[in-house]
Design a protein around this ligand. Structure first.
Ligand SMILES: Cc1cc2nc3c(=O)[nH]c(=O)nc-3n(C[C@H](O)[C@H](O)[C@H](O)COP(=O)(O)O)c2cc1C
Ligand SMILES: Nc1ncnc2c1ncn2[C@@H]1O[C@H](COP(=O)(O)OP(=O)(O)O)[C@@H](O)[C@H]1O
Ligand SMILES: [Mg+2]
Length: 169
């Protein structure tokens, strides 16, 4: 995928409320404007990368891009599970992410337990892959140190190939 690493940011909006309640794995959903800005070669599927809420710490993340075939959604979504325990929800905050690598395509599963097991395995894979030097260095990118106001935040040219900056809605 030539667009990886792919940097983007946007406001955290509400989804169907299934992530936390049904799966025990919350996902911060991006608005349609961010989903619609994805380059054509960033296919649907499961990715790993780095994420930052507002201006706080950078954490490992896994992201699902697509239609969630288990739930048969009709709208494409981009949902990030940040691998960190937060004290409270962060709806309305700006989430900055870099998609670093691809894990697998989206699938339907025979049961909710199977979907949860697959996501937990994605999380374990992400933790390992992001320790590789070529992946951990993206955590240091200028993109994450720039503020989330309306000024353009540029990823450093060496590390990045693409970006989409969408503040607000
Ligand atoms: C790492 C990861 C992998 C996922 N893989 C799948 C998948 O293979 N199939 C699927 O239907 N949904 C998958 N999902 C999406 C969940 O179904 C989704 O997060 C859940 O429906 C929550 O939706 P909500 O944010 O609208 O509440 C994945 C989510 C994550 C974070
Ligand atoms: N580790 C986390 N990763 C992602 N979101 C989290 C995390 N911890 C708390 N949250 C909160 O949970 C919300 C997502 O929960 P979820 O059940 O998927 O609801 P929704 O369907 O509205 O996206 C996020 O928008 C965020 O405010
Ligand atoms: Mg969600």
């Amino acid at each position: 995928m030539k667009s990886l690493p792919y940097f983007c940011r946007g406001e955290v909006v509400r989804g169907f409320g299934r992530g936390s309640k049904e799966l025990g794995i919350p996902t911060a959903n991006f608005p349609d404007s961010v989903v619609d800005s994805l380059p054509a070669d960033v296919s649907t599927g499961i990715y790993y990368g780095w994420a930052c809420v507002g201006n706080s710490d950078i954490h490992k993340m896994v992201m699902s891009i697509g239609w969630n075939p288990y739930y048969k959604n009709t709208k494409k979504s981009m949902e990030t599970h940040v691998i960190h325990k937060f004290k409270e929800d962060f709806y309305g905050e700006i989430l900055s992410v870099v998609l670093v690598g691809y894990i697998r395509s989206e699938k339907s599963f025979p049961s909710l337990e199977d979907l949860i097991a697959a996501i937990n395995s994605d999380i374990e894979e992400a933790k390992v892959m992001l320790e590789l030097p070529e992946h951990s260095k993206l955590k240091e990118d200028n993109f994450f140190t720039s503020t989330t106001d309306s000024s353009p935040a540029s990823p450093s040219s060496a590390a990045s190939t693409s970006q989409s900056i969408i503040n607000g809605h």
